[in-house]
Design a protein around this ligand. Structure first.
Ligand code: DGL
Length: 275
């Protein structure tokens, strides 16, 4: 009997949600750690950035996304958005019947990595202002200095596919140079969009600066969460990877092809299926 005739585990997809396409950096790590798993991606590109929204808006949009993913029979939801995790991970866990995994700035791994004892955390203003983030800092080693670096405009550069334009580089100089000048040797990428700017950030920061992207750790945690209750997909059937957004354009299609494969397709949700 083949694996397909006798499936074991749970073949339902993993739901990945972000305000935009930043969550693709997390989806990519998930596909590396869990190559057999199908992924259903939902990016709320029409309403991003969430970083400038009110908490009520972020909560309501994220809940809509969770319900939409739930309707598409995902077995678990990954909030591939630091801002939404900071604002409403608990609400999503309370409201949705599926398990929910979030993401947070890698402050503790950053604190373990630094040699100068100074780390910079690049994230949205909303993430940095959240109680969740304040708690994270309160449990970090006291001898490590943590410099918060809100980065307005940076996620918009990514969504526009502007990974290294003069405007993006000017913003990065403004944000990154001050961190390096203050002695930070470790930069925590606390927004899932920023790993797409890793090359430009390195260029701006100069040699010897370490960037920390929590996506691989989230993917490993997800694997454990699925493994314990027997929710991993044990079949050898090729996984499906579906990418849906509430808005699409040429730049976003290019970003998807860049992060995924040349033949990946961005499906724009029409009004009837939009959450
Ligand atoms: N990718 C989201 C995050 O990790 C971007 C936030 C936004 O939409 O402003 O925070």
């Amino acid at each position: 009997m083949s694996d397909i005739e006798n499936p074991t585990g749970d073949t339902r997809p993993i739901g990945v949600f972000d305000s935009g396409l930043g969550g693709l950096t997390v989806a990519r790590a998930i596909a590396t750690v869990l190559p057999r798993e199908s992924v259903y991606y939902f990016g709320d590109t029409k309403r991003c950035p969430y970083g400038t929204r009110t908490e009520d808006e972020v909560r309501s949009f994220a809940l809509q996304a969770g319900r939409w993913l739930s309707k598409h029979d995902v077995k678990i939801m990954v909030i591939a958005c630091n801002t939404a995790t900071a604002v409403c991970a608990e609400s999503l866990r309370a409201e949705l019947s599926m398990p929910v995994v979030g993401i947070e700035p890698a402050v503790l791994p950053g604190a373990r990595t630094t040699r100068t004892g100074i780390i910079g955390v690049m994230a949205t203003t909303k993430t940095l202002a959240s109680a969740k983030y304040r708690h994270l800092k309160s449990i970090a080693p006291k001898e490590v200095r943590i410099i918060d670096c809100p980065c307005p405009g940076l996620m918009d550069c990514v969504e526009a596919g502007e990974f290294r334009t003069p405007h993006t580089m000017a913003l990065l100089r403004e944000y990154v140079e001050s961190l390096v000048e203050a002695g930070a040797d470790t930069l925590v990428l606390g927004c899932t969009h920023y790993p797409m700017l890793a090359a430009a950030i390195r260029l701006t920061a100069g040699p010897g600066i370490r960037l920390i992207d929590p996506a691989p750790a989230v993917a490993r945690q997800l694997k454990r969460r699925l493994d314990e209750p027997g929710l991993l997909n044990d079949t050898k059937k090729a996984p499906a990877r579906i990418f849906c957004t509430t808005d699409a354009n040429e730049a976003r299609e290019r970003i998807l092809r860049l992060l995924w494969t040349d033949n990946a397709v961005l499906q724009k949700l029409d009004g009837s299926v939009r959450p």
